[in-house]
Design a protein around this ligand. Structure first.
Ligand SMILES: [Zn+2]
Length: 137
């Protein structure tokens, strides 16, 4: 982990690191974010940990994706969706820092998450999805 050694990781799952790095890189490259935002997000490290929830932090900048999201039972690309969700928090923090699941978050989410995976968000935040017109399928 080198430079990121100061991030305290709880139940870190090394086995998924390469997969997470690859999906994260692809999501950022394919997104419609600005060049400046893409460049920032590429520098933010992501980790898979065996925890109940994922999160995005800015002090220091990093994302945690929970191990259960790699389980295919939630859909083949649920892990990809989850990474996109946490990247959307980073993009919100980087732009406006509105926090949590508001207007700026969903503006970023539709730029980052592939359209065919956005429906996963409905199981998590149905009211917000309705409010911000997130597609159901
Ligand atoms: Zn969230």
């Amino acid at each position: 982990m080198g430079k990121q050694d100061h991030i305290k990781l709880f139940r870190y799952c090394d086995h998924y690191q390469a997969q997470l790095d690859k999906i994260k890189r692809q999501l950022i490259n394919k997104s419609t974010l600005s060049k400046r935002t893409k460049s920032h997000l590429h520098k933010v490290p992501g980790f898979v940990c065996d925890r109940a929830f994922g999160f995005a932090e800015i002090n220091p900048w990093h994302i945690i994706v929970p191990l259960f999201s790699t389980n295919k039972s939630r859909g083949k690309d649920y892990f990809t969706y989850y990474i996109a969700h946490e990247l959307s928090h980073l993009a919100d923090y980087y732009h406006k820092c509105e926090g949590r699941h508001g207007k700026e978050f969903y503006k970023m989410f539709v730029k980052i998450c592939p359209r065919n995976l956005q429906y996963h968000e409905w199981k998590y935040k149905p009211n917000q999805c309705n409010k911000f017109n997130i597609p159901k399928k």
